[in-house]
Design a binder for this molecule. Structure first.
Ligand code: ATP
Ligand code: MG
Length: 314
C-alpha cells in the first residue's frame, strides 16, 4: 500500500471576522486554527484513512501542540515532527477583502518550521514512503528546499511518485531561491495540480490548452487545474475531464485547494479512473469551504460519498 509524505510548514491561522484591506487597523479575530498548506493537505489524506506522514518542526507551545494533536487524531504519522524546546510555532493572519481576495501577514520566516532539516530518523521515515507531495509554499526557506528535494530524489529513485501544488502566495514568491526550486520540483513531477493562473507561471504558452500540452510534453503524466467555485479539470495524454463545482455555501475558502489535492492524490494512487478521482476531489474542495478555519473542512470518505450522492456528478 502507498504511504504519502509531505514536508513543510505547520502553523496556526488567525482570521479576521470582518472583511477589509489588511491589518493596519484593529479588527476582531478568530483562531488559532491548525494550518499550513502541507499540514492541511496531510490531515485530509489521514482523514481518508490513507497511510501518510509529515516532516516538519514546531515550537514546544500551544500553537505547535494544537497541530500535532489534530494530525494525530486524524491518522497522520507525526513522528517526523520535531518539537523544538526553544522554538516558536509560526502563525499567519488572514483577512478577506471585499473583492474576495485575501491579505496575509505571515510569521513563518523565523519560526521553527523555517528550519526544517533532515536527520537519520526522518531519512528513515522518507524511505517508508512511496509518494511525495510538494506544496510550493514550503519552498520559501532554503533548508526546507533542501529537505524537500532530498525526499523527492529518494522517493523517485525507489520507484515512487511525486505530486506538486504550486500554491503560490505573492507574499512569499520572491523568497531567495524559490523560483528555481519551483522549476526543479516541476521537472520531477508526475501529477501537477495548479490553479488556473498558476499554470502560466510554468508554461510559455498563452492558452490553457497549449500550456497543458506543453507541460505534458515535458513528461508530466497528469495535470489537474483547480478553478475555485467553477470546478476543476483533469488532463493526461489521452483524457480530459471537466467538472463543475458542487453547490455549497462558501464560509472560508482557505484550505480548499489543499483538501482537493489531498483527495485527488489519495484516490489517484488507488488507480481509480480519473473522472472518479476528480469527482471525489471536487467534493472535498467544496466541503472544505463550508467551515471557518482552513483544516476544519477536511472530510471523511463517508462525508464525500454523502455529498456526491446528494448532488450527483456535478
Ligand atoms: P487555496 O490555495 O486557497 O486553498 P486553490 O487555488 O489551491 O486554493 P481552489 O481552486 O480555490 O484552490 O479550490 C480547489 C477546488 O475546491 C476547486 O477546484 C473546487 O473543486 C473546490 N472549490 C473551491 N471553492 C469552491 C466553492 N466556493 N464551491 C464549491 N467548490 C469549491
Ligand atoms: Mg492552493
Amino acid at each position: 500500500m502507498s504511504k504519502i509524505l509531505t514536508i513543510g510548514e505547520i502553523l496556526v491561522e488567525i482570521v479576521a471576522t470582518n472583511r477589509g484591506n489588511g491589518f493596519r487597523e484593529a479588527v476582531p479575530l478568530i483562531g488559532p486554527f491548525p494550518s499550513g498548506a502541507p499540514a492541511i493537505f496531510i490531515d485530509q489524506v489521514g482523514k481518508l484513512g490513507q497511510e501518510c506522514a509529515i516532516i516538519s518542526r514546531v515550537g514546544d507551545d500551544d500553537f505547535g501542540w494544537v497541530n500535532i494533536n489534530r494530525l494525530t487524531e486524524d491518522g497522520v504519522d507525526v513522528s517526523g515532527i520535531e518539537v523544538l524546546p526553544m522554538g516558536t510555532t509560526g502563525s499567519a493572519f488572514v483577512r478577506y477583502r471585499e473583492d474576495g481576495g485575501r491579505n496575509f501577514v505571515f510569521n513563518i520566516r523565523n519560526s521553527a518550521c523555517g528550519e526544517i532539516a533532515l536527520s537519520d530518523k526522518t531519512l528513515a521515515l522518507i524511505d517508508t514512503c512511496t509518494h511525495m507531495h510538494v506544496m510550493g509554499t514550503a519552498l520559501y526557506a532554503p533548508s526546507v528546499v533542501t529537505s524537500i528535494l532530498t525526499a523527492v530524489e529518494r522517493i523517485k529513485a525507489a520507484g515512487g511518485t511525486v505530486s506538486f501544488d504550486p500554491n503560490l502566495r505573492p507574499e512569499i514568491l520572491d523568497s531567495p531561491g524559490m523560483r528555481e526550486a519551483l522549476q526543479t520540483v516541476l521537472s520531477k513531477t508526475d501529477l501537477f495540480m495548479p490553479s488556473g493562473e498558476e499554470l502560466f507561471l510554468f508554461a510559455e504558452a498563452k492558452t490553457e490548452k497549449e500550456a497543458v500540452a506543453e507541460l505534458l510534453a515535458k513528461g508530466i503524466k497528469a495535470i489537474v487545474v483547480k478553478r475555485g467555485d467553477k470546478g476543476a479539470s483533469y488532463f493526461d495524454r489521452d483524457t480530459q475531464v471537466d467538472l463543475d463545482s458542487y453547490k455549497v455555501e462558501e464560509i472560508d475558502p482557505t484550505g480548499a485547494g489543499d483538501c482537493f489535492g489531498a483527495t485527488f492524490v489519495t484516490f489517484w494512487l488507488k488507480g481509480m479512473h480519473p473522472a472518479e478521482v476528480l469527482r471525489y476531489a471536487n467534493a472535498s474542495g467544496a466541503r472544505a469551504v463550508t467551515k471557518a478555519g482552513p483544516m476544519e473542512g477536511a472530510s471523511t470518505r463517508a462525508e464525500l460519498d454523502a455529498l456526491i450522492q446528494a448532488q450527483g456528478n456535478a
